[in-house]
Design a protein around this ligand. Structure first.
Ligand code: MEV
Length: 328
């Protein structure tokens, strides 16, 4: 008989403000938790195998399901949990998860589910434990991720993340005056793994081009952090625009992303860029409060793109008000 009861875990989604891709190569990134995310509930089972069900996606896997990424990721997370010498979780569990983040949308959908699942299974893991459990999960989906998604989904708020010598360095960044963002869906799901691989191929063929892009992004991220701490949204927007130019130069943008950035700027956004892996996925626009958000969302709607407004959220602060995977 298990001594563990039913548990629930939540995690926020994330938006990278500046520094995606470069962060894989050791450049710092700035990212925020948003008020959409994932929730999971775990119930101890008397007998195995453990099962994971994602509501809304109508998917159920077991830890023995090696035929798909979700099953392998679940198994990897459980292996990492069980590697702990202290018994911190029931031997077998049924986990039911749900998310309102679009998969392949660049908003940390897999990391948010991973964090919520780990919290539901383990209860209150330490930050180090959570990192170990979720990085085992994320590696299945993304190969060798920087860890920025999991770090931000676990903590929320605004963070500066840097991977140095294989170690994650995470610093909370104080946001003066708050940030209102619009997140738009380009309508095309993208794979982080294949976009990261495409940059790696470019870095092999044209190392100088990629190295210069990383140098530029490093300078933009440094200045963006000052702008966030000073409440200088005008400068932050300009820096996001410049980051978008450098990402386009690495072939990470698409015509849809460019059109969305243009129309957001035309509708008074202070800056706009792709967020996450690119090649599809989402666009983030920095706007002036809720009235600015309405203008940008209306401009996107007119061009057939969906989106939503969000403010920086802490990790537990996820309402999941909307339908799984949907954006309004
Ligand atoms: C994906 O959200 C962010 C990337 O920088 C990949 C990573 O950091 O692992 C593209």
């Amino acid at each position: 008989m298990s001594t563990f009861g039913q548990r629930t875990g939540t995690a926020s989604g994330k938006v990278i403000l500046l520094g995606e891709h470069a962060v894989v190569y050791g450049v710092p990134a700035l990212a925020v938790g948003i008020d959409r995310g994932a929730r999971a509930t775990s119930t101890p089972l008397a007998a195995g195998p453990s099962r994971l069900r994602v509501r809304g996606w109508e998917v159920e896997v077991t830890e023995e399901d090696a035929s798909n990424d979700l099953g392998r990721a679940f198994a990897a997370l459980l292996v990492a949990v069980r590697a702990h010498t202290h018994k911190i979780a029931p031997a077998q569990v049924l986990v039911e998860a749900e998310t309102d983040l679009p998969p392949g949308g660049g908003l940390g959908c897999s990391a948010a589910i991973g964090v919520a699942v780990a919290r539901a299974i383990v209860g209150d893991p330490s930050p180090e434990q959570l990192t170990a459990f979720v990085s085992a999960w994320e590696k299945v989906f993304h190969g060798n991720p920087s860890g920025v998604d999991a770090a931000v989904c676990a903590r929320g708020g605004c963070v500066a993340f840097e991977r140095r010598e294989g170690m994650a360095h995470i610093e909370p960044v104080a946001v003066k005056g708050g940030l209102t963002l619009c997140v738009g869906n380009s309508g095309i799901a993208s794979s982080t793994k294949s976009m990261v691989e495409s940059v790696a191929r470019l870095a092999e063929r044209r190392p100088e081009v990629v190295r210069k892009a990383w140098e530029g992004i490093r300078a933009l991220v440094r200045n963006a952090r000052f702008a966030i701490e000073d409440g200088d949204r005008f400068s932050l927007g300009r820096l996001m625009d410049l980051n978008q130019m450098l990402l386009s130069g690495l072939f990470l943008s698409t015509p849809e992303i460019e059109a969305m950035c243009e129309s957001a700027r035309g509708a008074s956004a202070l800056g706009a860029k792709l967020t996450g892996a690119g090649g599809g996925g989402s666009v983030v626009a920095l706007v002036n409060g809720l009235s600015g958000a309405e203008r940008v969302l209306a401009a996107w709607r007119k061009e057939g793109f969906t989106g939503f407004a969000t403010r920086v959220a802490v990790s537990g602060d996820v309402q999941l008000a909307r339908a799984a995977g949907g954006s309004t």
